[in-house]
Design a protein around this ligand. Structure first.
Ligand code: AMX
Length: 435
């Protein structure tokens, strides 16, 4: 893995110097004002973090190191005979800022395959849970169990210079990413396939091997996994899973501890769990109406009923985005090519036609457009991955790529412990009275 790591360090050193200069010359420049409403309402719009791996534009959607999703699908290396980007390539891009060659990507694939062996005690921890436990609960516990392997924690205990932190965080991140598909597949097979586990195939790329261990050998599903694991990887730094990983990492908790924090956040229904909620919502709609192809009029009524019941329409809305999520569009394009007649996929498309106008008419929902989670479940279901409470684990495996590449950057740039100021309402009342 030597040369990717060396390249990363070379680039990070240059960036580190640039940041020092930027702070020295413009450290007092204001990047925004903070209002009391923002302090109370989820810190929306407050610029307070640096995340090098990706940047979100509220209208255009996500760009990874300047590349949009259509550009990534075009430019990142593919598997032999495949059309979708390999997530290994996205990881390389997020880490180095450079578009990888086929060789770079194969190198990462081979490294992850080599490091994929999961120690037995991790499986014992998974086995100690009731099978009924939510897959995300088992996933978080398994990552925490893997922490015994942390090279960073060991080196820190033995005493290392600050300048070496990035090296051990990089090594831990690579090993953790390498092992996640095996852990996730183990949880899946244990919970839904009578514990009939499938051994990894070290000749396959990271996504195809994951598909294989889950028990899906269809080429279309492998392609879906490559696309899925690429597009869910990163969404700049303020979302719950990225922010939590970064925050916990800032205390110099190792990558295993930090990533677990990100995953417990991803498990929330307003964040990563929304993909599970979407498919449940559609299935309930289909069941209630007694058809798997409800009309647009029926869907519109169901959306209104959901809102009237005080519930959210899952898969719609976003804290930052104000247009259709390009991750939704990428999945829609995939579905048009691979499964345009699927009943659930068509329902997702019909919801897309009627939901935005209804959500907009409430006057309070800031973004009536679909997010990434509105489409993913229908594609997974099409290929037979019907157990929707597993979907967030897939999201988590992908999210590791972005948040761990970012964690490498955090330590390479020597970012300090994060500690924003909080206030009490009493303080706020006194402050406004004085001003
Ligand atoms: N259905 C119904 N109501 C919605 C809504 C939706 N899809 N999206 C937002 N609203 C409501 C909010 O609940 C809030 O209501 P309140 O004033 O009564 O509390 C109001 O509209 C204003 O919210 P907002 O400023 O538009 O959104 P937000 O930034 O507070 O929250 C999000 C963003 C994603 C949590 C919200 O849109 C939501 O709950 N969506 C459904 C769940 C979902 O799809 N989550 C996945 C997001 C992507 C991801 O992280 N994976």
């Amino acid at each position: 893995m030597g040369y990717v790591k060396d390249r990363f360090k070379e680039i990070a050193d240059i960036q580190s110097q640039e940041i020092k200069n930027l702070i020295a010359q413009h450290g007092e420049t204001k990047v925004g004002d903070v209002t009391l409403a923002q302090v109370y309402q989820g810190m929306r719009g407050i610029t307070g973090l640096v995340t090098e791996t990706s940047l979100l534009d509220s209208n255009e959607g996500i760009r990874f190191r300047g590349f949009s999703i259509p550009e990534l699908r075009d430019r990142l290396p593919k598997a032999e005979g495949g059309n979708e980007p390999l997530p290994e390539g996205l990881f390389y891009l997020m880490l180095t800022g450079q578009v990888p060659t086929q060789e770079d990507v194969e190198h990462i694939s081979a490294t992850w395959a080599r490091r994929s062996h999961v120690p037995n005690h991790v499986f014992d921890v998974i086995e100690s849970f009731p099978v009924s436990s939510h897959p995300m609960t088992q996933f978080c516990a398994a990552i925490l169990a893997l922490q015994t392997e942390s090279k960073f924690a060991k080196a820190y205990e033995e005493g290392i210079s600050k300048k070496q932190y990035w090296d051990f965080v990089y090594e831990d991140s690579m090993t953790l990413i390498a092992r996640l598909p095996r852990i996730a597949a183990y949880i899946y097979r244990r919970k839904y396939k009578n514990g009939e586990h499938i051994q990894p195939d070290g000749m396959l790329d990271w996504s195809a091997n994951f598909a294989h261990m889950l028990g899906f050998n269809d080429d279309g599903f492998k392609e879906l996994m490559r696309l899925y694991l690429t597009i869910h990887a990163d969404h700049e730094g303020g979302n719950v899973s990225a922010h939590a990983t970064h925050l916990v990492g800032s205390a110099l908790s190792d990558p295993y501890l930090s990533f677990t924090a990100g995953m417990t956040g991803l498990a929330g229904p307003l964040h990563g769990l929304a993909n599970q909620e979407v498919i449940r919502w559609i299935e309930e709609l289909q069941k209630e109406l007694g058809t798997d192809r409800p009309t647009k009029e029926q869907i519109a009524q169901y959306i209104k009923d959901t809102l009237a019941a005080g519930k959210v329409v899952p898969g719609y809305g976003h804290a930052v985005l104000r247009k259709t999520d390009p991750r939704f569009t990428a999945q829609m394009e995939f579905a048009k090519k691979h499964c345009p007649d699927d009943a659930t996929v068509q329902t997702v498309w019909n919801v897309y036609e009627v939901a935005p106008a209804i959500l907009e008419s409430t006057g309070k929902i800031k973004n009536p457009w679909p997010n990434v989670d509105a489409h993913s479940g229908s594609l997974l279901k099409h290929y037979g991955l019907v157990e929707e409470d597993f979907y967030t684990v897939l999201f988590g495996v992908s999210r590791a790529l972005g948040v761990l590449a970012s964690l490498c950057w955090d330590r390479a740039l020597g970012f300090p412990i994060e500690r924003p100021k909080s206030i009490t309402t009493e303080w706020a009342k006194q402050f406004v009275a004085k001003n």
